[in-house]
Design a protein around this ligand. Structure first.
Ligand SMILES: Cc1cc2nc3c(=O)[nH]c(=O)nc-3n(C[C@H](O)[C@H](O)[C@H](O)COP(=O)(O)OP(=O)(O)OC[C@H]3O[C@@H](n4cnc5c(N)ncnc54)[C@H](O)[C@@H]3O)c2cc1C
Length: 344
């Protein structure tokens, strides 16, 4: 079974994958595979599903997940505009923070907001040094009870106006990343600059953040262990894909883009697949490959809307292309899917 077929087979277990969406997946795999994948030409398993559980045995949604559901409905009615994109991302941030921060750290951050010390917090992962941790410029060294942190982060949502942030940093050995909470007094010392033109009709600006700060070791965000990022991503990616498809359908319904009937039914089908995935599967052991397959498929459908000029407005084209980079680029997703499904 080839890689495109293993993605289609995995998604088909969740619901209908229309012929046009299958074509988009196939074309996406062909244009994204790297040299190693071509040379290997490995046979692949179907992308594995998590175990579907009876509805009465499912982990119920927590308050954050319930708020995300409400925002999803608002996005269907209004698109990402009017602050809806930021509202969604804020809840994703709360979901992640709840997984990696201790109760005391969460209470402290809540108090910054309550007292007005802080309004905006961010997650700073993308690094100016490059995408692999070995290339990162953002590193820390321990000095007694303190951490000296060199920050060089790029492309952060509203990075130019953040008051505090969770900075993903490498130790000098650069083996795995550590998240460090940089509080408002130290974060204020960092240099912050807006980068590039804004997205979403001027409402979404990215920023770069750099400089040196010192924080106590107690600022490390160690809850959840190493698996927490992948669990977080497998929760967030399908929700983001559902929201993206709702935004696309809103753009179409409001005359901002013009989908063909096949593209429209593909967006509807992908929205349903994403929803079925995170509503129906056991949440304790999320199935990361399916979440990757959903994001890969979403990326390729968004790019299809650009290349076919279903989206012809250059600023909307740029928005859609940018969303293919957030929470998993096509290459990143395919690379990870491949490493999980190839038959050795
Ligand atoms: C709107 C928007 C909001 C964002 N918000 C945040 C944020 O709040 N915080 C944050 O930390 N980051 C944020 N980011 C950054 C984002 O999360 C990613 O880190 C970034 O977009 C990945 O870009 P990339 O091109 O390096 O990734 P990739 O495309 O995944 O590339 C990774 C590496 O793989 C290589 N590669 C790519 N394609 C191939 C191929 N076909 N074959 C072989 N090698 C390949 C690339 O050269 C690169 O070295 C945001 C980005 C956008 C656009």
């Amino acid at each position: 079974m080839r890689l495109d077929q293993s993605i289609i087979a995995g998604l088909s277990e969740l619901g209908d994958v229309p012929a046009y969406l299958q074509h988009v997946i196939k074309a996406g795999v062909v244009s994204t595979v790297d040299t190693q994948m071509i040379i290997d030409a490995s046979d692949c398993h179907a992308v594995a599903q998590g175990k579907a559980v009876a509805s009465d045995a499912r982990t119920p949604f927590g308050p954050i997940e319930e708020r995300v559901e409400k925002i999803q409905r608002t996005i269907s009615a209004e698109g990402f505009y009017g602050g809806n994109f930021h509202a969604l991302v804020r809840e994703f941030g709360s979901l992640l923070f709840g997984m990696i921060a201790s109760d005391a750290q969460q209470a402290e951050v809540a108090s910054w907001h309550e007292t007005g010390i802080a309004q905006f917090g961010g997650f700073l992962m993308a690094d100016a040094g490059g995408s692999s941790i070995q290339q990162w410029n953002t590193v820390f060294v321990s000095d007694g009870e303190m951490l000296a942190l060199d920050v060089d982060k790029v492309w952060i949502i509203e990075g130019h106006r953040l008051n505090y942030g969770s900075v993903s940093a490498a130790s000098t050995q650069k083996l795995y990343p550590t998240s460090i909470l940089v509080p408002p007094d130290e974060f204020g010392k960092l240099k912050k600059t807006a980068v590039g033109a804004p997205f979403l009709d001027g409402s979404l600006q990215l920023g770069n953040v750099s400089g040196k700060v010192t924080v106590p070791k107690s600022r490390m965000l160690t809850g959840g262990g190493l698996a927490s990022t992948s669990i977080f991503l497998s929760k967030v990616r399908p929700r983001f894909v559902r929201a993206l498809m709702a935004h696309v359908k809103w753009l179409d319904a409001n005359g901002k883009i013009s989908l063909s009937p096949q593209q429209r039914s593909s967006a509807t089908a992908l929205e349903a697949l994403a929803k079925a995935y995170y509503h129906g599967l056991v949440e304790k052991k999320p199935s990361l490959p399916v979440a990757l397959a959903l994001k890969f498929t979403s990326n390729r459908l968004l790019l299809d809307l650009v290349t076919t000029e279903a989206a012809s407005d250059p600023s909307i084209q740029r928005d859609l292309m940018a969303f293919t980079r957030m929470e998993g680029s096509s290459y990143r997703c395919l690379f990870e899917i491949y490493s999980k499904v190839k038959i050795r």
